[in-house]
Design a protein around this ligand. Structure first.
Ligand code: C2O
Ligand code: CU
Ligand code: CU
Length: 511
């Protein structure tokens, strides 16, 4: 358990915007270094040893223009021993160098060799590389809608540890259409990267070596099936506060936690005006009091503080009616409406935001039934799988380039899994409940209700979607514009690492 830490004593940091090393005729070029460093995460904690991009936690924010490609050379300058407990029994990790990294730009439409394939890892100085490694410099086309993406480590079998150590940051794509909407901008537009962590007394990150009730035969270290930290950080500070003016603010919220999902709400009873989801602006603004955010999901919201001069507002994580009211993770951060209004607030909350063409009009080439299933491994540990297959099983999902498919995610486990597909932004079709008890007896799907349309704030572009227990969640995606090897997985990092991740290949039928 973390030492007791007073809430709302540190100011919310804002990540620095990354500047390109130079500009070429091919666009901006960046070099980003992964290093070990120490940073103070709370007033009363000694500095924490972290791994981060350019010695920052979270990493610096990329600001790019739609359709202006950039190149990034990600380099690893980390020590060769990991700071967190590695379980060598998953994915043969024991035979690989301990400290391996590969960067994935989550939500981006990127060629496979720049997508951060889990086996395209590399070590310090590129001395050793994984079997899929092919290049040092990654290219991001930014040929997609303006939105909030994020970059994070994706190395095979240790993603949960690398991200927990600090390897994550935000990436914003901007365009003219969005600018013309007069949303709150400049210092009134704030990225909020929310994560949970636990700490030891000395300020170091705490992460379990083994599950709590570990049987004697388990490997040591042994992967845990879930991790929930006991403190909440925003932009790298534990329970920070932000002084705001009585006006509208835009927050680009990202859940960058390993396992924890959040139910965001404001204790002032005010609504959020949600304007965007993972893949960009929604069609219309959605007024919403509580927003569920699964790991890796982004929600773009406007909060209006204009009538709250002198008040404080806490952004809460609603833990539900049965939760312990003293659970500190029910708070995220605090807003203090103490700053004077610097100038008139002319920003807008537009009713209509963007056009979203429905993929349902497309010709559907394949409908895939994909089960999210639980089983156990040789040590009797939970082993969560996609369609009963492990990472190393042969590729079974091979969409053809340019075709549209429906993926039916049949969740026969007891909890929600946030499912993420690389390369594409998809749309949610519906969710339909079925009788899980019956399924567990005879393997039959017996529907217990009709299919329901996604919530209004899920009706935009998504790359990660909550697939709840005992429901079939259907998503529709067009597999373009690149061919090659990608992955899809549960974004609970403890699940992704073992073994809820699968390759998929976009194939060109004419080749
Ligand atoms: Cu955010 Cu495959 O990852
Ligand atoms: Cu991704
Ligand atoms: Cu999962």
């Amino acid at each position: 358990m973390s030492p007791t830490l007073e809430k709302f004593v540190d100011r919310l940091p804002i990540m620095k915007v990354l500047q390109p090393n130079h500009r070429t005729k091919n666009g901006p070029y960046y070099e980003v270094r992964m290093e070990e460093f120490r940073q103070k995460l709370h007033r009363d904690l000694p500095p924490t040893r972290l791994w981060g991009y350019n010695r920052q936690f979270p990493g610096p924010t990329f600001e790019v223009k739609q359709d202006e490609p950039i190149r990034v050379r990600w380099t690893n300058h980390l020590p060769n021993r990991h700071i967190l407990p590695i379980d060598g029994s998953v994915h043969n990790v024991a035979n690989e160098p301990q400290v391996r990294t590969v960067v994935h730009l989550h939500g981006s439409e990127t060629k496979p060799d720049s997508d951060g394939y889990p086996e395209a890892w590399f070590t310090n100085g590129f001395k050793e590389t994984g079997p899929s490694f092919s290049r040092e410099v990654y290219e991001y086309p930014n040929h997609q809608r303006a939105t909030t993406l994020w970059y994070h480590d994706h190395a095979m079998g240790i993603t949960r540890l690398n991200v927990y150590a600090g390897l994550a940051g935000m990436y914003i794509i901007r365009n003219e259409h969005e600018k013309a909407l007069h949303l709150p901008s400049g210092k009134y537009e704030i990225p909020l990267l929310i994560q949970d962590r636990s700490f030891n007394q000395d300020g170091s990150l705490a992460y379990p070596r083994q599950p709590d009730d570990a049987a004697a035969n388990l490997p040591n270290p042994s992967i845990v099936p879930a991790f929930n930290g006991d403190t909440i950080l925003a932009n790298g500070k534990v329970w920070p506060y932000l002084e705001v003016e009585p006006r509208k603010y835009r927050f680009r919220v990202l859940n960058g936690s390993n396992t924890r999902s959040y139910q965001l709400m404001l204790d002032s009873g005010q609504p959020f005006y949600q304007i965007g989801s993972d893949g960009g602006l929604l069609k219309n603004t959605v007024k919403i009091e509580q927003i569920g955010v699964e790991p890796a999901e982004r929600v773009d919201v406007i909060v209006d503080f204009s009538k709250l001069k002198g008040k404080t507002v806490v952004m809460k994580n609603n833990l539900g009616a049965n939760a312990d009211p003293d659970d500190p993770t029910g708070d995220i951060m605090q807003f203090r409406v103490t700053k004077p209004l610097s100038r008139k607030d002319t920003s807008k909350i537009p009713r209509h935001l963007s056009r979203i063409p429905s993929l349902k009009q497309n010709n559907i080439t394949a409908i895939r039934q994909l089960k999210l299933v639980g089983s156990t491994d040789e040590y009797d540990r939970p082993l969560l799988l996609l369609d009963n297959k492990k990472w190393h099983d042969p590729v079974t999902e091979k969409p053809e380039l340019g075709t549209t498919e429906i993926w039916s995610l049949v969740n026969v486990t007891n909890f929600t899994h946030p499912i993420h597909i690389h390369l594409v932004q998809f749309q949610v079709l519906d969710r339909r409940p079925f009788d899980l008890e019956r399924y567990n007896q005879d393997g039959k799907i017996d529907y217990t209700g009709t299919a329901t349309a996604p919530a209004p704030n899920e009706r935009g572009w998504k790359d990660t979607i909550a697939a709840p227990s005992a429901q079939i969640t259907r998503v529709i995606a067009k597999f373009a514009p690149y061919t090659g090897d990608y992955v899809w997985h549960c974004h609970i990092l403890e699940h992704e690492d073992y073994d809820m991740m699968r390759p998929f290949t976009v194939i060109d039928p004419d080749e």
